[in-house]
Design a protein around this ligand. Structure first.
Ligand code: E4P
Length: 215
């Protein structure tokens, strides 16, 4: 499973990229607004740090402006993947720009049916939001399993990108469900590195190592 970081914070992205396990980055308007920076500038900065798919979200709500925006955003950098929210207008735009070779990440996906439509329109990724589904009383991971199963059944090339992840267990479950990608808030990525038994084990080994001369 590929691991993306779900943030627009460049310091966190640099720290994550240094681990050597980050394959891409997803952003959204909320994440960028938190940073107080210009959207394009930050996307370009991220592209300098991580060599992989970098999702940048479109905000136009009408077909023509959305298609124009998607083309413009995609032209920023070869690694930019255009994020388009699920809707009728969104689907039409996904179909148009995907046919032109622009990679689309369909965002705000909450059901297998929405994912199927996005895949049929040619999206490179679909982003089901696990945490927001769970918050609304649904089973987010079940939706991931359904989408993976449908895509497998029909050999659809669209990748399942598990989003709205809230804790390390979500990552394990997304991997077990066969999700192609999970996008993680920095805190979840860094928490995955640690285990109390690892810390305890290191402490014991370091103490025991004092009992002999190092080579
Ligand atoms: C995905 O691309 C979204 O940016 C993100 O995962 C949303 O997560 P949230 O529900 O924690 O805001």
């Amino acid at each position: 499973m590929r691991i993306f970081m779900d943030t627009a914070n460049i310091d966190d992205i640099r720290r994550g990229a240094a681990l050597g396990v980050v394959d891409g980055v997803t952003t959204n308007p909320t994440l960028v607004a938190k940073e107080g920076v210009q959207y394009r500038d930050r996307i370009m900065e991220i592209c300098e740090v991580v060599d992989g798919p970098i999702s940048a979200e479109c905000i136009s709500m009408e077909y023509e402006p959305l298609v124009e925006e998607a083309r413009r955003v995609a032209s920023w950098h070869p690694n930019v993947v255009v994020k388009i929210p699920m809707s009728e207008v969104g689907l039409r735009a996904i179909k148009t720009v995907s046919a032109e070779g622009i990679r689309v990440n369909t965002t705000l996906v909450f059901s297998a049916n929405q994912a199927l439509l996005a895949a049929k329109a040619g999206a490179a990724f679909v982003s089901p939001f696990i945490g927001r589904l769970n918050d609304a009383g649904h089973d987010g991971m079940e939706v991931i399993r359904e989408i993976v199963s449908v895509f497998d059944t029909f050999n659809l090339p669209t990748q399942v990108l598990s989003a709205s992840i809230r804790n390390p267990r979500d990552v394990t479950e997304a991997a077990l469900a066969g999700s192609h990608v999970a996008t993680l808030p920095p805190a979840v990525l860094f928490a995955m590195v640690n285990h109390p038994l690892t810390d305890k084990g290191i402490e014991i080994f370091l103490n025991d190592a004092k009992k002999y001369s190092p080579v």
